[in-house]
Design a protein around this ligand. Structure first.
Ligand SMILES: O=C(O)C(O)[C@@H](O)[C@H](O)[C@H](O)COP(=O)(O)O
Length: 241
């Protein structure tokens, strides 16, 4: 695991934008397309805004990038809580990426049907390959969840499915999410975590004994790829490194 500590979210977003841009360009020297999983939550917003501006907007061959989501809140696309909506508003409306390269988790059909459809799309891309996504961007909640893998829920123990839908009582909404198995087949996974509110949880996730029911973010350990944590000083405050 590689830990990257920045002063604040702005610095972190700048470092990560450079990292992602370099990664995309490097990988595209070897292959035709780059598969990129976007994260929901509020943390990546400033990163997406940077990627949508100079120099990255011109530097990255956006037409060769294929986009996916880590998880989705089953609310209409027009709802501000919709993860895809935020990414379109801040980034994808500006990249000119062909719509057929952009795979949102649908919220206009039943969540289970959307999960099954997404699973099919992923198998179309990745069956027969050693790895799945080239890059998965993840956030971590204050409670240690990532994707929609929340502490203490059965989804944490999913071993087979790549995509699942379930009703999240605590938020009174369905979630559609990638699972740990498909995420752990990615070539690289990058977590972003900022703010003092995440410091103790981050310490538990990184320095604590394995306890994925308490800290689902611990489930993410690429089998055949890199794991990076981009954090700010406030979130890193309690880490023993
Ligand atoms: O849809 C979501 O809620 C997520 O994708 C989730 O896993 C998110 O990344 C974390 O909750 C962190 O959220 P913040 O960045 O808002 O702290």
């Amino acid at each position: 695991m590689e830990l990257h500590i920045a002063k604040d979210i702005q610095q972190l977003s700048e470092n990560l934008a450079a990292f992602i841009s370099q990664k995309i360009q490097d990988v595209l020297q070897q292959q035709e397309i780059f598969t990129f999983v976007l994260s929901g939550g509020s943390t990546p917003k400033s990163l997406y805004a940077l990627l949508a501006r100079e120099p990255y907007i011109d530097m990255i061959p956006w037409a060769r990038v294929h986009f996916f989501w880590g998880d989705e809140r089953a609310v209409p696309f027009e709802d501000a809580r919709n993860n895809a909506r935020m990414a379109f508003d801040v980034l994808l409306d500006k990249t000119g990426t062909p719509p057929e390269n952009i795979h949102v988790m649908r919220t206009d059909i039943e969540p289970e049907a959307a999960a099954a459809e997404y699973e099919k799309i992923l198998h179309r891309y990745f069956d027969g390959k050693t790895n799945t996504f080239d890059l998965v961007l993840l956030g971590m909640g204050d409670d240690g969840h990532t994707l929609s893998l929340f502490p203490g829920l059965p989804i944490v123990h999913e071993k087979k499915a790549w995509v699942k839908a379930f009703f999240l009582k605590a938020q009174d909404m369905y979630r559609i999410t990638l699972t740990a198995p498909v995420t752990n087949l990615a070539s690289s996974v990058v977590f972003m975590a900022t703010g003092a509110g995440k410091a103790l949880t981050l310490q538990g996730v990184i320095n604590g004994a394995p306890d994925p029911d308490r800290y689902p973010s611990q489930l993410i350990r690429p089998e055949n790829g890199e794991l990076h944590w981009f954090v700010d000083e406030a979130a890193a405050e309690a880490l023993q490194v």
